[in-house]
Design a binder for this molecule. Structure first.
Ligand SMILES: [Zn+2]
Length: 81
């Protein structure tokens, strides 16, 4: 198995697609490795991944009794998958 070939060649577009899908569709180790490598090399995708993480954390930790309006929640969920 050629490890360099596995790691290389991920585009920012591919990275961002998998970043937004990762939450509901866990990716295999090859894809995780490729994403980790791309994140290492690409400052933009590193920032993107951090933003996804903080958005998800904010939504998950949101108290039920202070839930945001349903319309707003749907809008955000449709954006982040
Ligand atoms: Zn990138």
């Amino acid at each position: 198995m050629n490890i360099a070939r596995i790691l290389m060649g991920m585009s920012c577009r591919e990275f961002s697609e998998h970043t937004s899908e990762q939450h509901e569709h866990p990716t295999g180790w090859v894809m995780r490795l490729r994403m980790a490598w791309h994140r290492l090399l690409c400052v933009y995708c590193r920032r993107l991944a951090q933003q996804w993480q903080s958005i998800r954390r904010a939504i998950r930790s949101e108290p039920v009794q202070q839930a945001m309006p349903e319309a707003m929640r749907k809008r955000i969920r449709s954006k982040i998958g």
